[in-house]
Design a protein around this ligand. Structure first.
Ligand code: BMA
Length: 313
């Protein structure tokens, strides 16, 4: 029998460029978090320059979002951040932690792509904290709790030798990161064989941290971006308890198959709910925002009962 792990919301796409009160060409790859009984979405938009900025929208139910009149984060015009955000800011992820919200984003410049960290307490004011990687990193998610008194993140460095894989690092202060090691690699001739990267900010379950990641498969018609799921040990997230051996979402709706970049579903956010479900948000074809619902237990079962080796290639 056919099994879909994610039930797509019937009203997809939930946010597009036509909803935004200023001129943008896409609305995609958004971070979403709950804040004061609302859902806040920080979404990426391409401008006609080809460079990206980050906008903000709010919702009472997690499905119908209302964008604000102005963008939330645009490339800095000040100091070190200006130097490294010159070509745009992309793919925000939001981590609730220490009574604040930390936002990681890709900062593009003539020096490559690296990760910026910003913080807010109210989603009105935003303050940049630091640039937390060197060049050639994307897809950085910070865990929403300190673990053994350390901040923990997953990220995805680029490499000429190894297929692009998911790594873990630790920090005492969110600025200086180390003790890095690889935790998960793509599998040859598998749906994620070309590269993988962290997607949504991991969330706590009874069985472990659930992490929605993206995996890419190369075809004669370009790459296909899909979503998978992995379960990390609660006390030692470098240890992966299981990786689901199949994707949980692939491009199927017309706005996922066709758009700015075709055949892409790309997630930066998952919001767990009290009823055992999780809302998973993704960008369709780098053009629109979509949402779907999964049962957390189903995702855990997939990781534990139908698993593959996280590191064997
Ligand atoms: C990745 C990033 C994402 C994008 C994806 C598909 O390399 O640029 O922001 O969604 O490609 O184009």
């Amino acid at each position: 029998m056919r099994k879909d792990y994610i039930e797509r919301y019937k009203g997809n796409p939930i946010l597009t460029k036509y909803d935004i009160p200023y001129q943008v060409e896409t609305v995609h790859n958004a971070g979403v978090v709950k804040f004061e009984n609302r859902y806040i979405m920080l979404f990426r938009s391409h401008l006609r320059t080809g460079r990206s900025i980050i906008g903000i929208a709010e919702s009472s139910d997690g499905f119908k979002f209302h964008p604000r009149d102005k963008p939330f984060l645009i490339p800095s015009s000040d100091g070190i951040f200006a130097e490294y955000e010159e070509f745009g800011v992309e793919d925000p992820r939001i981590t609730p932690l220490d009574g604040k919200f930390y936002i990681t984003y890709s900062a593009y410049s003539r020096n490559g792509v690296r990760i910026g960290l910003a913080q807010t307490t109210d989603f009105i004011h935003i303050e940049r904290v630091a640039l937390i990687t060197q060049a050639d990193y994307r897809n950085t998610v910070i865990f929403p709790e300190k673990i053994k008194n350390q901040y923990v993140r997953l990220d995805r460095p680029h490499s000429d030798i190894s297929p692009w894989s998911i790594w873990i690092s630790y920090s005492p202060d969110l600025q200086y990161w180390g003790h890095s090691r690889v935790v998960m690699k793509p599998v040859p001739y598998h749906w994620d064989e070309m590269k993988i990267g962290p997607g949504a900010v991991p969330f706590r379950t009874e069985k472990g941290w659930l992490s929605i990641y993206h995996g890419v498969f190369p075809t004669m018609d370009g790459s296909i971006y899909r979503l998978g799921v992995a379960l990390h040990d609660l006390e030692d997230p470098a240890k992966i308890l299981g990786v689901g051996d199949q994707w949980i979402l692939q491009p199927e709706d017309p706005w996922e198959i066709t758009g700015y970049v075709h055949n892409v579903v790309f997630s930066c956010a998952a919001v767990p709910e009290a009823d055992g479900s999780v809302k998973i948000y993704w960008g369709g074809a780098d053009t629109v925002m979509c949402v779907g619902i999964a049962r957390i237990d189903d995702l855990i079962t997939l990781c534990l009962k139908n698993s593959r080796d996280p590191l064997k290639i």
